[in-house]
Design a binder for this molecule. Structure first.
Ligand SMILES: Cc1ncc(COP(=O)(O)O)c(C=O)c1O
Length: 392
């Protein structure tokens, strides 16, 4: 059989398809957001350990609505501290809502924001720290949590790449005021496209539900409030009261059915990913590759292949080796590396010395990730490591 190591494999199985086809065979069905969406939200909240979840059409939408709800509640004359290694939508959601992004370097041990850097960048204009738990690693520390609490700075968690990872034995995504998840195909579980916004705060929950559906009052899910708005805006059609500047970011029943079925096996799959990760760590050559990760509580759908040497020669050889050996990879780890280098940010980076962000710069040029999916077999991991270890 031909050797091929893709970034992701088997994210949908026969049972997922069966559940969808059984649903489609029913006589009367609603395909747009309905009962299965509500059920998926409830089941996800229970799994995560939060009160409320709102299913949206992508992780990027989750990021966007999270920043929009902060703007609605606090105005946008604030700074939001963001990582330099993250997905584009984490930064775009900040700037498109009018906040000022303040960038921090990462820590190589977990690819997340460096604790020292966060503390250095906190000012009296800081509204929130928008952390990304990159590629399955936990980015929180007790110190970060204590200082944010003491200074009354909001914590927002992007857990799109780290479903099921934990800090202090508690799931990531249950620490922040709001947390975001993505169910894009590349992640721990998939609803084709999809995202979740989670919180324990009822007011935020209600506003986010309206924002997901054009900002409509009837989406609040709160009859008393809805009636109060109908009285207040008596010259408006009662079912068409648009409270906030929302969009349509809803998801649908088929995606919710996939999510509900995949959630049942998420913990089992995640345990397999954890085991696989340790096998990669065991067999990869520490003289060539960085391996000093803090894997406590981590749960990674990928394996980071990070060159120790800052060598373009080795980097090119590694890329050739992976191409020839059919090992699919992405350079720059989460989101393609240093966001500060991206053209969309050119108006924000004029006065920033990009080279001072040393760790993200290392990842940008010498960091890669490859797939770590549940049905990956030990022998295949050993083979991948032996291929990677050939690098000279
Ligand atoms: C950290 C992070 N945040 C947000 C997103 C956006 O999620 P989606 O692709 O579902 O829009 C991603 C996507 O891959 C991501 O990695």
């Amino acid at each position: 059989m031909n050797f091929y190591h893709p970034l992701m494999s088997n994210n949908f199985n026969k049972d997922d398809m069966l559940k969808v086809s059984n649903f489609l065979k029913k006589k009367k069905i609603i395909l747009t957001q309905s009962k299965n969406v509500i059920k998926f939200e409830e089941e996800w909240s229970k799994w995560l350990g939060v009160k409320y979840s709102v299913f949206v059409n992508s992780g990027s939408s989750a990021n966007y609505l999270t920043m929009l709800v902060l703007k609605i509640l606090h105005g946008n004359n604030w700074e939001i501290i963001v990582p330099t290694l993250t997905w584009v939508s984490d930064i775009v959601s900040v700037i498109n809502n009018g906040f000022k992004p303040v960038f921090v370097d990462i820590d190589l041990k977990n690819l997340s924001m460096s604790e020292n850097e966060i503390l250095k960048k906190i000012s009296n204009k800081t509204l929130a720290v928008f952390i990304t738990h990159a590629q399955g690693f936990n980015g929180l520390t007790n110190n970060i949590l204590n200082i944010l609490k003491k200074k009354r700075i909001i914590l927002i968690e992007d857990v799109c790449e780290s479903h099921g990872a934990k800090f202090n034995n508690k799931k990531l995504g249950s620490f922040g005021l709001i947390s975001n998840f993505s169910y894009y195909y590349a992640h721990h579980m998939s609803t084709i496209e999809g995202g979740m916004i989670c919180t324990n705060n009822q007011k935020i929950y209600e506003i986010v539900k309206t924002l997901r559906s054009h900002g409509m009052a009837r989406e609040l899910g709160n009859r008393k409030l809805e009636t109060a708005y109908q009285k207040k805006y008596k010259y408006l059609s009662p079912k068409f009261i648009f409270l906030y500047p929302g969009f349509n970011m809803r998801n649908n029943e088929i995606s919710a059915i996939l999510g509900r079925n995949q959630l049942k096996r998420l913990d089992i799959n995640n345990n397999m990913r954890r085991k696989n990760f340790e096998i990669f760590l065991k067999y990869l050559n520490p003289n060539i590759y960085y391996k000093d990760f803090d894997i406590r509580g981590s749960c990674n759908y990928a394996f980071p292949v990070i060159l120790k040497n800052k060598s373009f020669y080795l980097r090119n050889k590694l890329e050739n080796l992976m191409k020839l050996s059919k090992i699919e990879y992405r350079r720059g780890n989460a989101g393609g590396g240093n966001q500060l280098r991206q053209p969309y940010l050119k108006n924000y980076t004029k006065t920033i010395n990009i080279k001072k962000f040393k760790n993200v710069e290392h990842i940008h040029f010498y960091g890669y990730y490859i797939g770590n999916y549940p049905n990956l077999k030990i022998n295949k991991i050993k083979k991948i490591c032996s291929i990677l270890n050939k690098l000279k």
